[in-house]
Design a protein around this ligand. Sequence first.
Ligand code: ADP
Ligand code: MG
Length: 346
Amino acid sequence: MAESTGMRPIAKETVHRLCSGQVIVDLATSAKELLENSLDAGATSVDIKMRDSGLTSMTVTDNGHGISPENYPTLCRKHWTSKITSFEDLDGVTTFGFRGEALSSLCAVATVTIVTATRESAPMGMSLEYDHSGELVGSTAVARERGTTVVVSGLFARWPVRLADLKKNARREYTRLVGLVEQYSIISDVRLCLSNQTRGQPVVSVRTPPQSDRLTRLLGVFGAQMRPHLVRFEYQAEDFSLEGHVSRAEGGRGGSDKQYFFVNGRPCDLPKAKKLVNEVFRGYCPNRYPVFAIAVVVKGSVDVNLTPDKREVLIRCEERVLLGLKEALVGVLEPDENAFSVAGAG
Ligand code: ADP
Ligand code: MG
């Protein structure tokens, strides 16, 4: 056995670096966190521009409320947030973020520059530079309309193993980001644009029309050819409700992508529910998969604070949600001459 040495606390800077690597794990999570910040800032338009799938840089520009000068110094400090102040606030949190970790973690694993202007300061704003510990190290006055632009470059430059992995998987990560942005384009009515520039002109992967209705946005994601195959369903229980669109058997596809869940307005992964929808669908259309977007609204009793990316959620009444989902799906997928959903097709 190795000889034991004395214990000592890990240096603060090292702890920050260690923990940040768990919050910002990849390219898609980084861009998702910035998009969520823009939505939390009340933006009606968000542009996500990736260079080399985000390996060189990612730039997220919004027209939200901007950042007030008194918050410049603390903006990228760990666990500084404008969204909650106590654990109890979690119950009523309506913003995507609340942990105050994304910007500070991005600073630890990349180079972060923020340009921001508020209604009061526009048409002038400030360009802010932060160091790897999240401290403000430079500011310059610049022309800027109301809103915020966050530029993240050199992601994981100081983490050679992660960087090598990222380089290998950059395209796959970008595809995952497209899926994530599509989910936000379904759930919000914000104008979203995601593009990637590798060489030559940027290629647009997601673009949502402004102020469009849910069905238009769904078809933007699923493809216009899905229009005749989509059915809408609803299910009401005392403590939860379901509302969604799913493709019927004749709209079955070869792959299980474009299957999206939202819990209380938050895009997330519900593996058991996903399995269930696919199983029910395959009962009518073997070896094929549906596209779907299903929103679950649960009164209280959800915990989204399981993982830093908040993709996992705990729903206390999950078993009943699954039963309700099955009933609603059978109602709309069952091949029946009337072919109408419980709540009417649409
Ligand atoms: P969280 O979102 O959990 O609060 P972040 O590290 O993502 O933590 O952001 C820290 C804070 O920075 C936010 O609480 C918000 O006040 C501010 N902020 C971040 N991005 C924006 C933005 N695009 N527009 C306005 N404020 C922002
Ligand atoms: Mg955030």
